[in-house]
Design a protein around this ligand. Structure first.
Ligand code: SF4
Length: 257
């Protein structure tokens, strides 16, 4: 049996078995993506173009965020190739698949994050435990990764303010204490930490294959807004759902389970 896992799949499984069941066993995906997700994906597209040395879309909040990245992140020294697909074998029949935001010329993985939270310090603390970045180090065989975090603007459109005036204010907001809004971090793991992570994924994959009960984790719903909350309590596989569609496993997702 072949098992292919991605970092988001592992994160879903560790966060809440019920969510994992809906997302990866039942293959359900929410139809509408939230505004936050769409800003995040437009921002990532912009960064891909910036790293390729190409023009990017300056429109909207994602455009202003990308302009701030271009201004305050020293990305040129990375000489990074963006959006690199990967598939590596972790053990017999077990593969890790996904896409890296970028890989530097020296082979270090680069990961870009956006956050709605003020105070980026929590990211620095959290990175010591971050799974995704450790997985990307396993993929690249490096013990270091580059991590960029940008805070989404906390200022809102004022009454009687045009969109253009608002976006100009957003640019000024980034120009004020940018070091508190955009961080570039170097994350390090030891060889033994990475081996421990590899063993953890192997263990989790075995557990996933044999799991029969996908119970809820109410702690997870209070911390994050879960896109599956509307069907968490009363999901019936045979009843047609509104607001979700069934994923075409091979085309919609990079992983299969
Ligand atoms: S709403 Fe909460 S319990 Fe339900 S799937 Fe989401 S995280 Fe899990």
């Amino acid at each position: 049996m072949i098992t292919e896992l991605s970092a988001t799949m592992i994160s879903s499984y560790k966060r809440c078995y019920r969510r994992f069941y809906l997302e990866y066993v039942e293959d359900l995906k929410p139809l509408a993506s939230s505004e936050a997700l769409s800003i995040g994906s437009s921002y990532h597209e912009n960064l891909e173009n910036i790293l390729k040395g190409q023009e990017f879309n300056h429109d909207g909040l994602a455009g202003k965020m990308a302009e701030a990245f271009q201004k305050y992140v020293d990305y040129t020294s990375w000489q990074a190739a963006p959006e690199q697909d990967f598939k590596i074998r972790l053990a017999r029949g077990l593969y890790l698949k996904g896409r890296l935001d970028a890989v530097t010329q020296d082979g270090f993985p680069v990961e870009h994050k956006t956050t709605g939270n003020a105070g980026l310090e929590k990211y620095i603390d959290h990175l010591a435990y971050d799974d995704q970045i450790a997985l990307y180090m396993l993929v690249t065989g490096k013990e270091r990764a580059i991590y960029t975090v940008i805070q989404k603007p906390t200022i809102r459109l004022k009454k009687d303010e045009s969109e253009e005036e608002y976006l100009e204010r957003v640019s000024q907001w980034y120009d004020t204490e940018p070091e508190k809004k955009i961080l570039t971090l170097s994350v390090v793991r030891t060889k033994s930490e990475l081996e421990e992570k590899r063993q953890e994924i192997i263990y989790l994959a075995k557990e996933m294959r044999h799991r029969k009960l996908y119970y809820r984790n109410p702690t997870a719903c209070t911390i994050t807004s879960c896109p599956y909350a509307s069907i968490c309590l009363n999901y019936e596989p045979d009843i047609q759902l509104t607001g979700f569609y069934k994923k075409e496993r091979k085309s919609d997702e990079l992983c299969r389970f």
